[in-house]
Design a protein around this ligand. Structure first.
Ligand code: F0G
Length: 419
């Protein structure tokens, strides 16, 4: 099976371009990477992965940000703002409160448009240029649309985004609007938006830049590479576990691929690979359901609901890549309530780390797994926070305290403070 953690380095096929090709994870069919536009396998419609004849080692990396890792990517450089090199915060009070040996927060909200999607788009838009396509498009719960709009603008390309009406946080729509994407609000959920944009792509109307596009995930691999490098610098070991929010399971798939390629090149021992641990909201948890039941695929949830609108997704398209990632690394998946998510958002804010609700799911999930004994007290853990607080101002207002009106007078202000 091609997604095993210890799969050998693949042999370079004749269709490869400079040591890079596309391969179907289901039937193994191989394709030239940049000759045609293709998102899934021509033969069986399986998901495609980018494959390399020479997977990277630590010595290959130099510079800063996503493109530091160009030895692990299909190009030397991309359409860049630039992105990556996000902080790996210490959170000492939260660490001791949760009760693990080490807790670090990889804050992906510190990317140029405020989410990890920028890492995928810097590569995806570069590929779009290579292919010479016209209009770029995505379905989105918000962050992908903001990133696509900004990177499309940077690359001088037209962008179209399909959003579930009434279910996207204000900051994200504002970004898409100002970066001049054409915004279509669909009377349906994210999964319906993705169905439509896939149809548009199949009809040749748009170039699809959702995480179904295998090149997007190449950029997102760099989250895993950055975490491992920085953690090793600080502790001389790799984290035992990485906990992350799951929607379409693109990030889960991307981190697993990063680790698999390091194992292939000999840069990382298989037993040092962190346990990938996915967290979903209770109202949108098909991945958790599949992990708990030992299923090889997810069941589509038609009715999904959560305050964490970024992960309000019922049909995680990357599940066939992510489920093996969670299982092969010895990880797990857990669902958390909206109340637990808001509580975790406050906990992070109390350490100065401002995140949107979906991001806080990672910390809420860790707390739950620690409480039920799945995570032990001697573990070293990294939680991924995927988007910035300002993405969803309404959620921040709801989770935080209200402003207090006072008169325009110092004595009155002091009196108010004394109350
Ligand atoms: N966290 C945030 C803040 C997100 O925006 C998303 C996905 C995820 C987590 C889940 O990541 O799909 O890789 O499992 N947002 C997409 C969007 C769906 O359209 O912005 P995943």
């Amino acid at each position: 099976m091609s997604l095993e953690l210890t799969a050998p380095i693949p042999e370079e096929p004749s269709v490869a371009d400079d040591g890079t090709w596309l391969e179907c994870i289901e039937c193994g069919e191989q394709f030239a990477p940049f000759d045609d536009v293709r998102y899934t396998c021509d033969d069986c419609d399986g998901l495609l992965e980018v494959r390399y004849a020479s997977p990277p080692t630590w010595d290959d990396f130099e510079g800063r940000g996503v493109w530091r890792y160009n030895a692990a990517l299909p190009f030397e450089e991309g359409v860049s703002l630039p992105e990556g090199a996000t902080p790996l915060h210490t959170v000492p009070r939260l660490e001791s409160d949760v009760g693990v040996e080490t807790l670090r927060i990889k804050h992906e909200g510190m990317n140029p448009t405020g989410s990890f999607k920028d890492r995928g788009m810097t590569v995806g838009v570069r590929v779009a240029k290579e292919l010479g396509v016209g209009r770029l498009a995505c379905a989105s719960t918000g962050n992908t649309s903001a990133a696509l709009a900004a990177y499309g603008a940077r690359g001088g390309m037209e962008t179209l985004v399909l959003l579930p009406a009434g279910k996207v946080a204000a900051g994200k729509i504002a970004q898409a609007a100002l970066h001049d994407a054409r915004i279509l609000e669909v009377d349906g959920n994210f999964d319906s938006c993705l169905d439509i944009v896939q149809d548009l792509a199949a009809r040749g109307e748009v170039y699809l830049l959702n995480s179904l596009n295998p090149f997007r995930l190449e950029g997102q691999k760099t989250i895993g590479l950055e975490i491992l490098e920085e953690f090793f610098d600080d502790y001389g070991t790799y984290p035992d576990r990485i906990v992350l929010p799951v929607g379409n399971a693109g990030n889960t798939s991307a981190l697993y691929k990063a680790f698999r390629e390091l194992v292939q090149s000999g840069a990382l021992d298989a037993e040092d690979v962190p346990k990938l641990t996915g967290v979903q909201a209770e109202g949108a948890a098909p991945m958790v359901e599949a992990i708990e039941n030992g299923w090889d695929e997810t069941r589509r949830w038609d009715d999904v609901e959560t305050r964490a609108t970024a992960i309000r997704i019922g049909n995680p398209v990357n599940a066939p890549k992510a489920l093996p990632g969670i299982r092969e690394t010895g990880g797990t998946a857990v669902a958390v309530s909206d109340e637990e998510i808001t509580e975790a958002q406050r906990d992070l804010a109390a350490e100065g780390v401002g995140v949107e609700p979906a991001s806080a799911a990672s910390v809420a999930g860790l707390r739950k797994l620690r409480e039920n004994g799945t995570v032990s007290e001697d573990e070293q853990v990294v939680c991924l926070t995927t988007g910035h607080l300002l993405k969803d101002p309404d959620a921040a207002f709801e989770a935080g305290d209200d402003p207090e009106p006072v008169p325009n007078d110092t004595d009155a202000v002091l009196e108010h403070l004394a109350e």
